[in-house]
Design a protein around this ligand. Structure first.
Ligand code: P6P
Length: 342
């Protein structure tokens, strides 16, 4: 749900105005412009589909134990190359790389750390469903010129910027630098991201939930109870009927929620509990949580505010409840009441 739309303001103008207001500096402005430009290149590659010769598996695997799609690898390379020479970064980390990478010594180094999932939801590419790029920006600790993995392990509250690009019917960049969440749509004829929603606002209540129901038998009891009450509809304790959506592409599901409300959950289940969850904290849950909180929503692990989780690993996984504030709080209450009673 948008509070206002703004015409003819490009991403560049928006960032200049944020810098003029003192909310970002020149290096962060350059970082965002560079990432946005890389996402335009990814959008072109994704948009070619079968005609681009980049569908299907790359024949390699990543640290997640997932088969990499050709577009996963290509998107990762596009973001690495785009960010190497600008002098705005000290290092970067990706879902597709085991460890973080410092900026090569041949280039100047900056004060920011960039983390990204270069192509989230890539299992959907071969069936032409929306996918996206998710990114998060942290400050490099003072005095650290060659950051290592541990320098990235900062809680989500330390983010200075977060965003995603969704490659759907239109290509959209959704961004926050801590002053609201704003949506930009790619004008393909001009090649610029144009501000189309200033101040995305998530309704505090919702009748729509997003979860992979096929995992129901593996969920913890509080999640079973919570979803059972959703499914009971107006005859049940919630007193209203709910609708369900599940794209299996976090960017698409979260974008819908930022646009019209809802709750998205990938809870603990007995299949992923040993890993801590399914979704990754540093470059999926944290950036999405920053964007959603800036739009008046909430994000939680079921037992803790997402942005306050102290990371213990670059590829750490967490359970996720994110979206309409009051619905997330309801889901968390089911978990806390269960924990108190047992
Ligand atoms: P499942 C995509 O692989 C992803 O990381 C998220 O984008 C998405 O929400 C989730 O996994 C889908 O998981 O188990 O439904 O395939």
């Amino acid at each position: 749900m948008s509070s206002s739309t703004s015409q003819s303001i490009s991403l560049t103008r928006y960032l200049i105005e944020e810098q003029r207001a003192g909310r970002i500096n020149a290096d962060l402005r350059l970082l965002i412009e560079v990432v946005a430009r890389a996402c335009k290149t990814i959008s072109i590659a994704v948009g070619k589909g079968a005609l681009g010769g980049v569908l299907g598996d790359a024949g390699t695997g990543n640290i997640q134990g997932e088969a990499q799609k050709k577009l996963d690898v290509l998107s990762n390379e596009i973001l690495l190359e785009a960010n190497a020479w600008g002098g705005h970064l000290a290092g970067l980390a990706s879902e597709e790389m085991d460890n973080s990478h410092p900026i090569p010594d041949v280039y100047p180094r900056g004060n920011y750390l960039l983390l990204f999932d270069p192509l989230d939801g890539s299992s959907n590419i071969d069936v032409n469903i929306s996918v996206g790029t998710i990114f998060s920006v942290l400050r490099c600790p003072d005095g650290v010129s060659h950051p290592a993995d541990e320098h990235f392990l900062q809680p989500g509250t330390s983010q200075v910027c977060a965003g995603y690009t969704t490659y759907g019917p239109s290509t959209m960049l959704v961004l926050t630098v801590g002053n609201g969440t704003h949506a930009f749509t790619l004008d393909r004829e001009v090649g610029s991201f144009m501000l189309t929603t200033r101040g995305m606002t998530i309704p505090e209540d919702t009748k729509e939930f997003a979860v992979n129901m096929s995992n129901q038998r593996f969920w913890e009891p509080p999640m079973q109870h919570y979803v059972s009450d959703l499914l009971a509809g107006k005859e049940g304790s919630r007193g209203k009927d709910f609708n369900m959506r599940w794209v299996a592409s976090m960017v698409a599901d979260v974008h819908r929620i930022l646009t019209r409300g809802g709750i998205f959950s990938y809870p603990l289940d007995s299949k992923c509990a040993a890993k801590g969850g399914k979704l990754r904290l540093m470059y999926e849950a944290n950036p999405m949580s920053f964007l959603v909180e800036q739009a008046g929503g909430a994000a939680n692990t079921g037992r803790q505010r997402m942005l306050e989780v102290q990371p213990n690993g670059l590829h750490q996984r967490v359970p996720v409840f994110i979206g309409s504030k009051n619905e997330v709080e309801t889901a968390v209450r089911y978990h806390l009441e269960h924990d108190t009673a047992h």
